[in-house]
Design a protein around this ligand. Sequence first.
Ligand code: EPU
Length: 366
Amino acid sequence: MKKIIKDASLLPYNTFGMDIKATVLAEYDTVNDLREILADPTIAALMQAERDKGNLPFWHIGSGSNLLFKGDYPGVVLHCLAKGIRMASTNDDSSANREGACRLEVKAGTLWDDVCAYCAEHGLYGPENLSLIPGETGAAAVQNIGAYGVEISDLIDEVKCWDVEEGKEHLFRGEEMGYGYRESRLKHAADKSRYIVTSVVLKVQKARKLHLEYAGIKRALGIENVSETDLLASDRPTLQEVRDAVIRIREGKLPDPKVIGNAGSFFKNPVVDNSVFEALLAQYPDMPHYVVDQEHTKIPAGWMIEQCGWKGKNLGRAGVYEKQSLVLVNRGGASPDEIVRLCRTIVDDVEAKFGIRIEPEVNLIG
Ligand code: EPU
């Protein structure tokens, strides 16, 4: 099944609630549908026109939960409709097999939280800390979504793609994906214009293995004072309890895009050299921070934005969420320009106060 819509409204396809248009929106189910779309003469011409301007030939969206179109999109927006989760076989040389995990193949258009719910129901450990992150699985694998001490890259065995240049399927093993903090090879132009994710193979564990390092999770479960040994010896918390705790934390801190337009964390948390970090810590002894490696420390951008006085404030109809300053929100009817203006003002203010230039995590398109 495929749907090609000209002059399509992208309002239902972006959680910021921007009423913008794409010259063509093309949705597909199977790889064959995708091939037909890419071969369509009108679509091929639009893609070539974008290439000629030095742009990506198309923009592939998931559920539009991590992007901001800066205006009408003059090219082709692609969207995968294929959904489904199935137990996949385990190859002898797959990393899942080496770790004693089972493999789940998830079609790119499957809502990521449906995967988390499926795993919790079937006693499969791994994705529970990533519960309720909005968006689809293909996009999640591109963005390397992460929360509460887990990143999807920890769970990825393979990413299956359609190679637009060669016109054939291509498989990346997890270790070939160039994963880092909110980073993968498919975020960069050369690969982004060439590979379209069709499905993601996850390695999940049947054996009980939880990630409870994030203090907020232990607090939400009322187990702050329980030792690691006692936790290992007990069968509590259960997988479902951890998923429920993560959902409670997210619902408490993050705005529901159905109620207030937003795209989750708008900025990445900057990773800085320890010399920079130590100088700042001397000035701000209460500054939260996370060790990245021996030379680098991550500083929460949300904390810096709050220190700049932006928490709960607005610039026009764009605002900073009152419970989490990393999230920019559409207060109602904001234009893309208003969000971008707020973004730039915050970046400049944070740089003026802390000497660190924070970067958007959200994809700014156009
Ligand atoms: N903080 C403040 N003020 C704020 C926001 C945060 O002081 O307005 C402080 C908090 O008190 C805490 C620290 O900053 O000490 C970190 O805050 P939080 O735990 O809320 O996490 P974050 O670093 O702001 C990241 C991810 C989130 C993820 C959480 C939990 C990024 C860009 N964001 O946010 O991911 O849920 O950690 O693991 O890395 C997303 O990507 O959309 C997202 C929500």
